[in-house]
Design a protein around this ligand. Structure first.
Ligand code: SF4
Length: 218
């Protein structure tokens, strides 16, 4: 724990934000971040497609933890997008994620110098080489620090911290989900070895927000 807090302290060199999907590791890291930056902006990708349980859980934590929540929305509402393109999450999920996640996030990140994430190596083969300290170059050319203090944590450690610190748990974990995003693109995992194997029907593992920007090991 002290190492995580030390890494947070080391990273705090400028205006910081935290992207939070309200999955368990994100809430665990939020609990730790709040010890250092109680008012840290919590950026939530409000795609309009989340589970009702996720929205209720987000709102509960915002209320009980007095979070500085910043909902990031796409230019078009879900209704407008579906009227124009149909169900992109079925026909073209990469385009849907680009419109509803990548573009709103990377516009918002322009306001900050430090971007904390709850990413972990163990979450997926695509994250196996993740480092705690990386840099990310946005589309505009701006470079920000991307910091993932739980990069080396296991799922077991995440749950242990949550239990020992009475962290409220999103009820979808009780149903067997191990990675939870937008409802149309989230199913129970198909592989015990890949926590994200239930995302996008196994067609892809990343929405693009962690693969869009140029990332370098700091
Ligand atoms: S996860 Fe699915 S619903 Fe959410 S933005 Fe991506 S494709 Fe669209």
């Amino acid at each position: 724990m002290s190492e995580v807090l030390a890494n947070i302290d080391q990273a705090l060199t400028g205006p910081a934000c935290y992207t939070c999907s309200f999955q368990l590791e994100d809430v665990v890291l939020l609990d730790l971040l709040r010890q250092r930056v109680p008012n840290i902006p919590v950026l939530f990708l409000e795609t309009g497609y989340h589970f009702a349980a996720t929205y209720a859980y987000r709102d509960r934590l915002v209320r009980e933890w007095n979070l500085n929540l910043r909902n990031l929305e796409a230019v078009k509402s879900v209704a407008a997008q579906e009227a124009e393109f149909g169900k992109l999450n079925v026909t073209a999920p990469a385009q849907c994620c680009q419109l509803r996640k990548v573009e709103p996030l990377f516009a918002a990140l322009e306001d900050y110098e430090v971007w904390f994430t709850g990413l972990r190596r163990e979450q997926s083969p695509t994250r196996a080489k993740l480092e705690v300290f990386e840099t990310s170059t946005l589309k505009s050319g701006k470079t920000i620090a991307k910091v993932s203090p739980l990069a080396h944590w296991t799922w077991k450690q995440v749950w242990q911290y949550a239990r020992e610190n009475n962290i409220p748990i999103l009820e979808l974990y009780d149903q067997g989900y191990t990675s939870i995003g937008c409802e149309p693109c989230t199913a129970l995992p198909s592989s015990d070895d890949n926590l994200r194997s239930g995302r996008w029907g196994g067609k892809k593992l990343e929405c693009g927000i962690h693969t869009f920007a140029t990332v370098e090991t700091a």
